[in-house]
Ligand binder design. Sequence first.
Ligand code: CA
Length: 362
Amino acid sequence: MKRRQVVAGIGAAALAGAACTRNEGGGEGAAPAQKTFKWKMVTTWPPDFPGLGTGATEVARIIERCSGGRISIKVYGGGELVPAFETFDAVSSGTAEMGHSGAYYWKGKLEASSFFATVPFGMNAQEMNGWLYHGGGWELWKEAYAPFNIMPFPAGNTGVQMGGWFNREIHGVADLKGLKMRIPGLGGEVFRRAGGTPVALAGSEVFTSLQTGVVDAAEWVGPYNDLAFSLHKAAKYYYYPGWHEPGATLECLVNKQAFEALPADLQAIVQTACSSVNDRMLAEFTARSAQALDELVNVHKVKVRAFPDDVLAELRRLTAVVMSETAADDPLFRRVHDSYMEFLARVRGWTRISEQAYLQAR
Ligand code: CA
């Protein structure tokens, strides 16, 4: 297929005007000089990890195909070029031109980043996309990452996650006290307020830490990814819902100078590849999680449990406390928080009588 045909087929609406077909730098009828770019993409995922790692690779492959090979991208799993949690710094410094990760991993250096991934009791995937693409969320995200020399792009979503794996049943809030759990982001902070100890671990460490008792509980993603890590072999009870991650957006990070060095058509291809994977990853998680849940329950005999209502109510109360305390200390967090919460307040009225009402009726 000719490059122009490919580009025309990947979501013309998302492309900025005719950027994809403009004849950059060439005279009328002349073939433009085809400068090529060799990029590195670092990720926080184990190499080719289902859904997350393969989603990152898909972004790279779409960019390569649609650019007719003018951009080639070598993808690295966490730890292959830089450690998983140095993905942000590597893109910021230009060690890698691109990265794939989740924004809440950067909470330590940028508190507001959690909103661009997911926050406890926040928006689901559909609502997040509404806020990011049409509610000012992406603009705030770009502003927040600008001092780090990084341009962010939404590039995947897991949908609602699971609440995690536990070795004992949770009957009430008291059962969370003293529990050491792998749980990142703001959810981890809320868990701390509930009496637990949150631990940040990269994906590759989750299984061993849970199996050897370094942690008592762990959340990772949901059935599709948790089965891939065999977490059912390390803990017995599988809790829902994922109150702490109701629709985690994944991100592509692009070094600002690297992006600006691209001609407009290649910039549009990078952007469109990310939005394509933003949709396709959610579709993949939806299909594969259904399949994996069936296997976990019917083959591996996992005990699926719902968090009791009073546990969820307490976690919701503590979430509001953590949010307002953080907002009081951090002006950027407050601005992003206010935009997010205003959008959520508006969209929930619609969600309630559309998706929510329909799902209850089905
Ligand atoms: Ca998670």
